[in-house]
Write a protein that binds this ligand. Structure first.
Ligand SMILES: C[S@@+](CC[C@H](N)C(=O)[O-])C[C@H]1O[C@@H](n2cnc3c(N)ncnc32)[C@H](O)[C@@H]1O
Length: 203
């Protein structure tokens, strides 16, 4: 059964151990998780989540989708992978690196996905790493598919955040920023990206 104290303790222990991998103080709130999940088409057959952490976004995606939709989560941290499996968070957990997304999916017989929902800490990645992961996302996303991710409100005017938005625009024809989700620590916005540009999957 879901236990919020256990969730928070697990998250905090991973933050203490690997702050640069997590890049957040706390798991996403329900409103932020639901905002991210809301762009997943109800007709989706395969959904990928990058960096599910303790699974708040996974739960929101699960609530939205009919039974039988393939929902895969790629998580790099072993402790979080164990937590997700032990707590039966409703997703197929893959212990791996989002930077190898295409190969991880190919191993499972998947070439194309309808949605990629990212919880990755883009701000702690350098630009090469960001480009590598976005290239992987672009290479597996269906032409009608959607990619979404979040950013913290206070950091939006910063140079790295502006550079990341420019990188999103270089990969997708459409990049929309939503209104703020105030009930999150810290408040956040989400980006919703559609229509991969030609050659974007090359990074
Ligand atoms: C900011 S936390 C978000 C966790 C969760 N999605 C949420 O919203 O509460 C970032 C997550 O991304 C994971 N992560 C970081 N780099 C990753 C990578 N290269 N591949 C897969 N997961 C990664 C971290 O271990 C952590 O679980």
């Amino acid at each position: 059964m879901f236990n919020p104290t256990r969730e928070l303790l697990t998250f905090m222990s991973v933050v203490a151990r690997r702050p640069a991998t997590v890049g957040a103080f706390a798991p996403s709130s329900v409103p932020l998780a639901e905002r991210l999940a809301s762009v997943v088409p109800r007709s989706a057959t395969t959904v990928v989540e990058l960096g599910p952490g303790t699974g708040p976004v996974s739960a929101a995606i699960h609530r939205r989708l009919p039974v039988g939709v393939r929902h895969i989560g790629v998580e790099i941290d072993e402790q979080l992978v164990e937590y997700l499996r032990a707590n039966q968070v409703p997703l197929d957990v893959v212990h791996g690196d989002a930077g190898e997304l295409r190969a991880l999916l190919a191993e499972r017989g998947i070439q194309r996905v309808d949605a990629v929902v990212s919880g990755l800490p883009w701000a702690v990645f350098d630009t090469d790493r960001q480009r590598q992961i976005l290239g992987e996302v672009a290479s597996v996303l269906d032409p009608e598919g959607v990619f979404t991710t979040f950013a913290y409100l206070h950091a939006l005017p910063s140079r790295p955040a502006r550079r990341f938005r420019a990188m999103l625009r270089s990969h997708f024809d459409e990049v929309l920023m939503t209104t703020s989700v105030w009930r999150n620590l810290p408040p956040a916005v989400t980006y919703v990206c559609r229509r991969v540009k030609p050659h974007a999957e090359l990074g």
